[in-house]
Ligand binder design. Sequence first.
Ligand SMILES: C[S@@+](CC[C@H](N)C(=O)[O-])C[C@H]1O[C@@H](n2cnc3c(N)ncnc32)[C@H](O)[C@@H]1O
Length: 313
Amino acid sequence: MTAAASFQHVPVLLREVLQWLAPHPGGVYADGTLGGGGHSQAILGMMAGTGTLYGIDRDEAAITAASSRLKENKNFIAIHGNFHEIKELLPPETMLDGGLLDLGVSSHQLDTPDRGFSYHEDAPLDMRMDRGQGETAAQWLARVTEKDFAQALYDFSDEKWAARIAKVLIEKRAVKPIETTQDLVNVVDAAIPKAVRRKDSGHPARRTFQAVRIAVNEELDPLPKALQDWMELLRPGARLCVITFHSIEDRLVKRAFQQMKNPCTCPPRAPVCTCGKQPVARVLAGGAIAPDELELTENSRAQSAKLRVAERL
Ligand SMILES: C[S@@+](CC[C@H](N)C(=O)[O-])C[C@H]1O[C@@H](n2cnc3c(N)ncnc32)[C@H](O)[C@@H]1O
């Protein structure tokens, strides 16, 4: 099997992304979360072999698979890196006609047991999107304080049992290091009472895995600044499309776009603006776009997806 054929990821909100991004021949675009290259392939289709599409991913496996899938497209350039550093990744002076960010992990990452993202498999706790950099989840869990772990669970996944889970982690790791996905599932199982676990919809470890993944990959703190940098690289009239998969991420995107629309920091009752901060974008689509019924029935990953779009002024 080729790298591309083994990389399964159904692009979410594809029709809506194409509608709002409206890629055109000769344009310059960037997909900051290349993944399996599904969105990129459709964007390239609308560019008719002209212009340039930059495809960025911090995961080498995604770069390899998508480069193989898109190899016929001479106007596609794959870049291994973190889209938070977009200004350093693109050639100097590049201006974009549109950008796409489809946040989070790919189905391929979730479904590859040895990446350590899944609570359904027992595997070493890695969870890094870029396996060449930073701490693994196991290393982070070995040193995080009880207070910081509880805070991460609360901030990155709204976990109601954050304090209990953090306490149990400290107790359990004093006996044996937390090194596998099953070790982490056991921490959650020991922390959340059985009756609550039974009533909870979804796997009880889902929120803990999400929080650990976000912490290890530093997904959220740099996001507002990254969105601002992407917006600054857009030409007037060009659009930034961002797909999120949980409410915390969506809230950050919504706020960042609002801030671009109305950056004024003057007191609300000030008769005239004195801060001088001018709007840089307008928010399109009247808020968040959700997948339609058909997509929801065909792709379970689309359940919590939301698309937000902002246009450079
Ligand atoms: C939801 S998948 C994207 C799927 C893709 N749109 C497709 O159609 O196949 C998210 C991808 O973004 C990558 N990613 C997440 N955060 C990133 C970041 N800060 N910089 C670069 N890549 C990132 C992940 O490694 C993953 O491959």
